[in-house]
Structures are given as C-alpha cells and as structure tokens.
Design a protein around this ligand. Structure first.
Ligand code: G
Ligand code: G
Ligand code: G
Ligand code: MN
Ligand code: NA
Length: 252
C-alpha cells in the first residue's frame, strides 16, 4: 500500500485521534483552553506524530478530512468542558487548503450548530507559511472573526511576516514559536528577536501565546512583559481529553 493509500485508509478507519495541550493564563496560572494536535494511532498501537503525516496529507488532499475529524473529536471529547466553562477555548490548526477557500468556516458552522459550543470558543491557528495566498487568507480570517472565532498566527517568527504585513491581517493573537522561547535567558542572539516580537505584538494590540515553555525562568520573563498566555511541557505536554479535563479542573 502506498503511504497516501495507507493514510486514506487510516482516515476511513478513524485512526486519527486528537491530543490536547493546555494553554495557561500566565497572570493566574489557570487553564484557559487547549490546542488540539492530531495523532495517528495505528492498529498496532503506535502513535504517529503529525510531522510524519500532516505534510503528506497536505500534498494529497487528505488534510481536509483530517481537519474535519479533529473538529468532530473536539465536539465529542471536549463538548461538556466547553459548555460548562464558557471562558475556555480550543485552538484548531489549519492548513493552507482549509484557509484559502474558507471551507473551514462552513464546516465549523454546520458542525457547531446545536452543540452549545460558541464560535468564540474555537480559535483558528494559521501558520505563517500558510498565509502565502494573501487574498484568500485575508478573506477567511476576516470572516472567521466576524463569526466570533479568534484567529492566531502559529509558529510566529519562523516566516517572513513584517510589521506592515501583520498589521493588515485580521488576527487576534500571535503564537511565538518555541525556538524564540528557547532563547530566553541564554546568550543566543535570537533572544533580541524574541524581545522585538513581543513588543511588535503589543504595539499591534495582539495577544501573545508563548509556545514550548519549559522553565520557570521563561515564565518570569513572559510575565514581566505582560505576555498573556503560554503552553509547554512545564505545564503539560499534549494529552488525551480526559487528562486535559483533569488538568483544567486542577487549575480552577
Ligand atoms: O504535536 P506536535 O507538536 O508534534 O505537532 C507538530 C505540528 O503539527 C504542529 O505544530 C502543527 O503545525 C501540526 N499539526 C498538529 N495537528 C494538526 C492538525 O490537526 N492540523 C494541521 N493542519 N496541522 C496540525
Ligand atoms: O502547532 P505546533 O506545531 O506549534 O504544535 C506545537 C508542537 O510543539 C507540538 O508538536 C508539541 O508536542 C510541541 N511542544 C509543545 N510544547 C513543547 C515544549 O515545551 N517543548 C518541546 N520540545 N516541544 C513542545
Ligand atoms: O509524550 P510525548 O510523546 O509528547 O513525549 C515526547 C517526548 O517528550 C518524550 O521523550 C517524553 O519523555 C518527553 N516529555 C514528555 N513530557 C515532558 C516534559 O514535561 N518535559 C520534558 N522536558 N520532556 C517531556
Ligand atoms: Mn499550533
Ligand atoms: Na507552533
């Protein structure tokens, strides 16, 4: 079986599952939501990470059914948590194919109808590299916000988005890539870039989410700069829904 036929069969057999990494509000330490991260659970029990199948899915038109499956999983696995805690959200990773055409908005509208989950509780993450189709992206992100979703640029700093470009995008937040968080408290020259990214986001009145936070030193640095949110192994790795719910209940 070719890799793409194998992936197609995995989708049909519902072998794609979601893990959730908590997102913490730095001022309070409370869980304010989570990022949904796809995994492929093979019949032999192996858990395949997204870097090993998302690029293939993007190249073969299989990313859209995967995105749809993650939306279904969020609704089924986190519906109770989201209904019970309206301030909590789940962030969904989108690929260029989801964003450029705007199809994801129709999918979300249809799937969220009648669930009691508000559009405000679904954050949409677009990577910097998926923003190449500027017109399509711009239209989709603007419409997403009109419908109440939050929009964020993922892996920020790894692409080439300058200030001018950013200020024209209809986004609510920047997620700072782990590589920049890693530089905090080191002598790496990228630490100056980290400083600039935070300042730039604040100048544009964007929320900042720090990714890949692993130390208290990084938390202190981010708090000092009024960075609102963080996720990383210091708090929790990506975990199955039941563990996420337990984590969020513990931080209440
Ligand atoms: O979970 P992990 O840190 O290994 O994820 C690696 C990357 O895979 C994420 O940063 C994200 O860009 C991508 N990814 C994970 N889940 C999804 C998904 O459901 N859809 C898309 N398009 N990308 C995902
Ligand atoms: O969407 P994105 O590609 O940014 O997904 C985040 C990725 O980073 C996931 O694959 C997740 O497993 C990983 N990750 C999240 N927190 C940490 C962390 O604190 N340290 C490291 N090394 N990786 C992390
Ligand atoms: O469970 P997961 O597949 O996300 O773990 C990927 C790798 O990250 C494993 O090697 C695991 O030991 C490591 N890891 C998991 N949680 C943490 C953590 O909280 N901190 C650090 N530094 N590593 C972790
Ligand atoms: Mn992401
Ligand atoms: Na990221």
């Amino acid at each position: 079986l070719s890799p793409s036929s194998e992936l197609k069969r995995a989708i049909i057999n519902r072998e794609i599952v979601a893990h959730y990494q908590p997102i913490v509000e730095l001022a309070t330490g409370r869980c304010i939501g989570a990022e949904a991260l796809a995994r492929w659970r093979r019949p032999n029990g192996d858990l395949v990470r997204p870097d090993a199948f998302i690029p293939l899915a993007e190249d073969t038109g299989l990313i859209q059914p995967i995105t749809d499956m993650i939306v279904d999983l969020i609704i089924v696995e986190l519906g109770d948590l989201l209904r019970r805690t309206p301030r909590m959200h789940v962030a969904l990773n989108l690929s260029a194919a989801d964003i450029n055409t705007g199809r994801i908005l129709t999918v979300l509208e249809r799937k969220l109808a009648g669930t009691g989950i508000a559009p405000q509780q679904i954050w949409l993450e677009a990577t910097e590299s998926s923003l190449l189709d500027l017109e399509g992206t711009h239209r989709t992100l603007a419409e997403a916000r009109r419908r109440g979703h939050w929009t964020a640029i993922d892996d920020f700093g790894t692409g080439y988005s300058g200030l001018q470009y950013l200020q024209r995008l209809p986004i609510d937040a920047l997620k700072i890539d782990k590589s920049f968080i890693d530089s905090v408290g080191t002598e790496a020259s990228t630490r100056h870039v980290t400083e600039h990214i935070i300042a730039m986001a604040q100048a544009l009145k964007l929320d900042v989410i720090a990714e890949g936070v692993e130390s208290e030193l990084q938390v202190a640095y981010l708090r000092e700069r009024q960075v609102a949110f963080a996720q990383g192994w210091l708090f929790s790795r990506a975990v199955p829904a039941a563990e996420l719910i337990a984590f969020c209940n513990r931080t209440e």
